[in-house]
Design a protein around this ligand. Sequence first.
Ligand code: SF4
Length: 481
Amino acid sequence: MKSMNGLQAAVQAAEDAAAWVRTYVPGYPITDLAAALQAEISVNEKVALEIALGASATGSRSLVIVKQVGMNILADPLVISATHTIGSGLVIISGDDLGPRGSQAEMDSRFYGPLTELPMLDPRSPAALHASILEGYTLSERLRIPVIVRVTARLLADQGPIVTARPGRGAAQQFEKESWDLTMRGRHQRHHDKILADAEETSESTTLNRLEISGNVGIIAGGCPAALAEGLGVSLLSVGYSNPLPAKLLHRFIDGHRLILIAEEPEPFIELHLALSPKVKGKLTGHLPRGPLERADIIRALESLEETPEKKPQVYESVAERGYAGICDDCPFVPLFRALAKVDVPVAGDAGCAIRTTREPYQSVDVVYGLGSSVGVASGFAKKGIAVVGDFALAHSGLQGLINAVWQKRYVLVILLKNDVAAMTGGQEAPDLTHLLEALVPTRRLELPGSEEVVEQVLREELKRSGASVVVALGKCTKHA
Ligand code: SF4
């Protein structure tokens, strides 16, 4: 092996750190990384983090791998863990999907740094990713807090020199119960006073920062754009932490230059902190586009840094332009999707294969608000409607919607697409919850593929029922058989 990509560097770092407890929830762009790490799949990101917190409290280093929207699911225990404190090192790898290819939102997970008041590292290269994960464990154990490392598809695929292995076990430290001597307010005061102050100093002095001085124009960059901005004949400050930002270093750099360009993606996160300075240009000023960046974007921005960019009408990317991946022609659920379009009731889908039936030629599903959301959403419809949920989405968070519907006597027909896999993310095994459903609500089974008329008849019969009920549509995914 002559070089190493970001994925391999992350695996090397997990080995070096002896982070043996590894949990994940599949999703673009982190599925391959989690597979390479041989991480254990969890039903959802909150559970994935909770397992890691338990491991940390009892002396094991742990690693959680999620996609960016998964950060929303684990946010609750994450926010609490900051002031609660932990035991052994805990690192969360958050995978941002820029110019989203496999997500419903182009969410910039760097905003979770200030929100959770936890350190967030934003590596620019495979070597920096390896170093960031190792630094994450050191920091996590010194400050007894989780540390977040942001990755992107480009960073995981980027090639770089082979990193030198730096094996080092943690101290197997356990959670210290003395924390309970403080009130929640007291813990927050300690967090600001000691923990964040230490993290701020670390972000100023870390070797993950890189500084090159050349001329009176400078670029401040984080993540992959820092690598894209190298060798452009201007000064470059590449920051290793997106939270806390190295404020003193940034201000010294700004003071020493006439004009500054902030290169980052997808949102103007660093720029928002520095925008008060009229020297600072970037996405907010229109010099760089929102979303992912290319080197050519940075070069163009440098050439027009002294000008006020003309606001051009934007052409929104269409599904036709990107290319529409519909459901597989031989999908066993095709008769169901066709029948759904015939019954005149609102249909909520989930972020599984059902989302591909929102458009022509099916138009079976009306709304999709994220993984596991369909049951809750459909039980809020003005009239009885249908929730289409995959078996992984049901286990992820859909089941809570059904429990709520039973509890609050809401009307909803749930169609469980039971193929025993998480088909959208690569065919990972999904848990079988049919016995649980049978204990909760009237449940019937429907073998697919089958006659569209029969499926339509079943839907119409079930829609006449009061309350909540489930149809378990059994089909074998032909793509992940
Ligand atoms: S991946 Fe499987 S479940 Fe999804 S559309 Fe294709 S055959 Fe159907």
